[in-house]
Design a protein around this ligand. Structure first.
Ligand SMILES: *[C@@H]1O[C@H](CO)[C@@H](O)[C@H](O)[C@H]1NC(C)=O
Ligand SMILES: *[C@@H]1O[C@H](CO)[C@@H](O)[C@H](O)[C@H]1NC(C)=O
Length: 918
């Protein structure tokens, strides 16, 4: 049975794509239908089925007494169905508040039989310093009220309801619809059976039912967003209501094979956070719980005839199988405020090394060292830059991680050194399933130290994955993580060098023969925690342990780079993720945008989708379109399945090779802008890829747009998602124009335009009023661009002004945390470009300098009269330099008459200077 299961997986993973196009379509459709049965639907899930059938207002809980102690509010919740004698036990609600508009509510059983699992290492330590000391509790008319700065929390006693308000306006509520239910742990009743059987698997549920469900309403909201990861649009559509009933949004990390477009089923990662947005208000809600969770978005009720003015509101219903109730409310008021609030709880994005922001080349698998060298040489031969070459599972000796196949990769160190000679890096895959092979040192040590997750009988859990019989390290245990981290030292990981980085796959965890392709929920972790409680965070702990390994190994203060497939709330402070095993089809190209936008809303901005699509063979046009769009993903990697045709970017002939080269060049030219945005994410938590409403929050028209996005606030990108497209409908937000980055043509803001497209490019625009730093000289890798001069592209707005920033550091070490960075502000006003320092005066003990020059300044948005007499004076040095009218922006020879190019002003990027242009 078990072996059969694995064979089927193998077959699915490896087999069917060889069948040719017609058969392929049939096989894919078949696989979808067949595969769906492997995963539980709501009606096959006890808590989901029960909660979904509850009536509005069925909650029986009320507040019996409220106290204020240690600056926190404690309230007792009692269930009105509990008789005096057989008292089911009360609940204690803890209410606390933090600076900057964060309210936290915890609810626990007054007497916990078994301590509910509270997910560690997600909330940042610094949060506690931001806790507000609640001074006063106002009791009035059956309610208790806490007044904070600018908002208040009202706790209604009977029925129990909680409101976060802002003067007269309600922002958020808990249990306003009366769906709060809390299954208290209890003894098994006589004759009661707690077993839950799904297909051939039985979950013994030794601690019985312990689910939690409740409703949260978002007021002043038109839409809700969030809850990654699934392949759907950006807005979370209603799943339940008078007419609509679909599956709820499910958060249960799964190795979903061939994931389906437009399905509410969850994929590899889970972040239980939601953001709501309306014209005047953005709010957010986060439930820190790593058990299986489902969420319904309730359809809006039709306003009754003659009813008072309707308040726009979105009601949601949250349900989890087990775990703790620890929830955060974020009051906004704007989209960026909510992200800042959420990331001040769970952490800001890591600062990547510079190379990691460039292009990555991956395939399952680059066969051997000769193959690696050929691919590397191909990039040089075709004048295409790339930074990292990746090795998938076949590089190992029998799927034993930290080893090399002795025949295919006999000289891994020499191989990495050779690749590194051009400033490039390599990545190897390290997965969490450990081959149960007594000659494998990792297995022997892990087994003897008792580091594996245990099954319900207390023995090491044994499941099937790539190596066959495998066990899984208990990454919840900090000691195991620390031991694992030591395995990345150069002495332990034979054949590794400082130019080798890591990729974690299958960490949901994927178990081929387990229920829903993962492990049993009654498996046991460190501290007696059941797998059901930690499931959605397992991949996060594994990722964290691998990152700790790269931190430990580095003598050179090197920032780690580890890519993970699975993720949880907080992953942004650990590393990058990608959207898993997508398909080489147009729908998957299209859906990559809302998937990445959604991740960004939950703080996880260092993310990308596999360029080209993992399964299947993209034709040259699809591949080209994907490279063109991927150039604007925060993480840019080409990847392909074992059975696909080779697709290195020069294999498709002209014009495709040139077009893909141009996409890569576009990315490399924009690396200074990307890196500046990564720093912003690192400081403020803001994502690189932004939905339009994040920058234009009151523009109702933009709320549901997800086929275009903003990169930072200055670049607007619209992919091309269909074959042989001749035009795309582009919406230009705001009141200022947008400039086509290739032609300089301008479009006024606040309109939708049917823009003609050719195969040459996708629609991309620069915002009027912005200054974008670029490096336009093309090299083999980002490392070789280090000392290259900058180009500043200035797009003037209606008042002939513009503004932009540039962040630079050494691109590798943690010295930037000690002040070793440059942060410049460029402003254009009164015909003058000025460069000033943005970094604080005493930023730290380390310094960073660069002698890079500015080689070119491009001005867009001029009128012809401005161009009649142009004299350019570098005021800081007193020298006059030349300027030309209307030259090319990119290399393709587009000429715009409303642009001006200033050459070689001979100023350093890091200095203060001013240049009088007009
Ligand atoms: C509030 O304080 C009273 C008196 O100290 C105590 O009996 C009661 O249990 C407290 N309630 C809560 C919810 O802590
Ligand atoms: C033009 O850009 C500058 C700099 O960002 C800004 O201060 C100004 O308000 C903008 N003008 C208009 C009309 O948007």
């Amino acid at each position: 049975m078990e072996v059969g299961d694995m064979d089927r997986w193998r077959q699915k993973k490896n087999g069917f794509l060889a069948l040719g196009l017609v058969l392929l379509v049939v096989a894919v459709t078949g696989a979808h239908a067949w595969k769906k049965d492997e995963f539980k639907r709501c009606d096959q899930t006890i808590f989901c089925r029960e909660y979904r059938n509850l009536d509005i207002g069925s909650s029986k809980w009320y507040v019996s007494d409220v106290n204020l102690t240690n600056g926190k509010v404690r309230a007792r919740l009692v269930n009105e169905d509990d008789g005096e004698a057989e008292h089911g036990g009360s609940l204690i609600l803890h209410l606390s508040a933090y600076q900057d508009g964060i309210v936290r509510v915890k609810v626990k059983e007054a007497d916990q039989k078994k301590k509910r699992f509270e997910v560690p290492d997600v909330i940042v330590k610094e949060l506690e310093e931001k806790r507000l000391w609640i001074q006063r509790l106002i009791e009035k008319d059956g309610a208790s009220m806490v007044v904070l700065s600018g908002h208040e929390v009202v706790l209604l006693h009977k029925p129990f309801q909680l409101y976060v308000r802002n003067g007269k306006e309600t922002l958020l509520s808990l249990n306003a619809k009366g769906l709060f239910h809390f299954e208290r742990q209890r003894e098994k009743r006589e004759g009661e059976n707690w077993d839950d059987t799904f297909r051939s698997h039985t979950d013994t549920r030794p601690h019985g039912p312990q689910s939690i469900g409740f409703d949260v309403s978002f007021y002043g909201a038109d839409f809700v967003y969030g809850l990654p990861e699934r392949a759907t649009g950006l807005t979370l559509k209603p799943t339940k209501g008078a007419e609509i009933v679909s599956e709820p949004y499910r958060l249960f990390n799964s190795d979903i094979f061939e994931y389906i477009y437009e399905s509410p089923f969850g994929l590899y990662g889970a972040v239980p956070v939601m953001q709501s947005h309306g014209e005047k208000r953005t709010t957010g809600f986060f439930w820190l719980n790593a058990a299986e969770m489902v969420v319904d978005v309730l359809a809006k009720e039709k306003a009754e005839e003659g009813a008072a003015e309707e308040v726009s509101r979105v009601d949601t219903h949250w349900m989890a199988e087990s775990g703790a109730f620890d929830a955060f409310f974020f009051i906004g008021p704007g989209p960026k405020d909510v992200i800042r609030q959420y990331t001040s709880v769970t952490g800001k994005s890591i600062m990547p090394q510079f190379f990691a922001t460039a292009y990555h080349q991956c395939r399952w698998n680059y066969k051997d060292e000769a193959d690696v060298f050929q691919v590397d040489a191909g990039f040089d031969e075709y004048d295409m830059p790339y930074d990292v070459l990746w090795l998938d599972i076949e590089h190992t000796d029998g799927k034993k991680y930290f080893t090399w196949d002795p025949v295919l990769f006999p000289n891994p160190k020499e191989m990495q050194d050779k690749i590194a000679a051009k400033g490039r890096k390599m990545v190897t895959i390290i997965d969490p399933h450990i081959k149960r092979d007594n000659n494998y040192y990792i297995h022997k040590e892990a087994q003897s130290k008792g580091y594996y997750i245990k099954n319900k009988h207390g023995a090491d859990f044994d499941g099937w994955c790539w190596p066959g019989s495998s066990s899984y390290l208990d990454m919840l245990n900090p000691e195991v993580r620390s031991w694992w981290a030591d395995k990345f030292s150069y002495s332990s990981y034979q054949g590794s060098t400082p130019n080798l980085y890591i990729w974690n796959d299958m960490n949901e965890p994927s178990v081929f023969n387990g229920p829903e392709a993962t492990m049993e929920r009654d498996n046991i972790h460190y501290g007696g925690v059941e797998h059901r409680d930690v499931h959605n965070a397992y991949g996060y702990y594994f990722h964290m342990a691998s990152v700790e390994g790269l931190m430990k190994r580095g003598e050179n203060n090197d920032r780690p780079f580890v890519l993970s497939r699975s993720f949880f709330a907080g992953t942004q402070k650990v590393g990058a993720i990608w959207t898993g095993d997508n398909n080489a089809d147009w729908d998957h190209l299209r859906v990559s945008v809302p998937m990445l936008l959604t991740l960004g809303l939950t703080g996880i901005t260092f993310a990308g989708a596999d360029v080209g699509g993992f399964f299947g063979n993209p034709d040259a046009e699809l591949l080209t379109r994907w490279y063109q769009l991927g150039a604007y993903y925060p993480f840019y990697r080409g990847h392909a399945h074992l059975d696909t045709k080779r697709r290195e970017p020069w294999l498709f002939g002209e014009p495709y090779t040139s077009l893909i080269r141009e996409s890569l060049h576009t990315r490399y030219a924009l690396l200074p802008y990307f890196y500046t945005l990564f720093r912003e994410a690192n400081v403020n938590g803001l994502p690189l890829m932004r939905p339009l409403w994040m920058e234009y929050p009151s523009d109702k028209h933009s709320f549901a747009i997800d086929d275009e996005f903003l990169l930072g606030k200055d670049i607007l990108v619209h992919g091309v998602y269909s074959e042989k497209a001749v035009s795309e409908e582009v919406y230009f937000p705001g009141s200022q124009p947008w400039f086509d980055v290739r032609t300089g043509a301008s479009y006024s803001g606040g309109q939708t335009v049917q823009v003609p497209v050719t195969l040459d490019s996708i629609p991309v625009y620069q915002r009027a009023g912005s200054i974008i730093p670029r490096k336009d000289r093309f090299r083999r890798s980002s490392f070789q661009m280090e000392n290259d001069p900058y180009t500043l592209v200035i797009a003037l707005n209606g008042t002939y002004e513009a503004r932009g920033e540039l962040y630079i550091d050494d691109g590798k070490s943690f010295d930037f945390e000690k002040g070793a960075y440059i942060h410049r502000l460029f402003t254009f006003a009164d015909g003058r470009l000025t460069s000033t320092n943005l970094a604080p005066g005493n930023k730290g003990t380390k310094e960073f300098t660069t002698s890079c020059l500015v080689e070119r300044i491009i001005l867009l948005g001029l009128k012809s009269k401005d161009l009649s007499s142009h004299r350019v004076l570098v005021e800081s040095s007193g020298t006059q330099v030349s300027a030309e009218i209307g030259p090319s922006l990119l290399r393709k020879g587009y000429h715009q008459t409303n642009s001006l190019v200033v050459r070689m002003p001979k100023v350093r990027i890091s200095d203060d200077w001013s240049i009088k242009v007009l």
